[in-house]
Design a protein around this ligand. Structure first.
Ligand SMILES: [Zn+2]
Length: 94
């Protein structure tokens, strides 16, 4: 089966569309399991789709919502060691 056809079907699936005639989700997964090129392609397509989807939904909602969510995630992920020293830095500078 041609990789280009597989990728067209994968793209449709990422967009939430039905696979083109002749393709099934099982068939696509089977090809991905066997074809590293298409696996790589799908990973990039998926990342791109996630980015564009995130941007679209952020535009739909209030502008600050996504920024707040991002900040919350950053705080949760990176508990900065020096964050509590912020006041002392101010004293030294003054
Ligand atoms: Zn392939």
């Amino acid at each position: 089966m041609l990789c280009s056809r597989i990728r067209t079907a994968l793209s449709a699936r990422l967009d939430g569309e039905e696979p083109p005639p002749g393709h099934t989700a099982r068939g696509l997964d089977g090809h991905l399991a066997a074809c590293a090129d298409c696996r790589d392609w799908e990973a990039r397509a998926r990342r791109l789709a996630a980015l564009t989807a995130g941007r679209a939904s952020a535009d739909d909602r209030e502008p600050g919502a996504s920024a707040d969510a991002l900040l919350a995630r950053l705080r949760a992920v990176s508990a900065l060691p020096g964050a509590e020293d912020g006041d002392r830095v101010g004293e030294q500078a003054g």
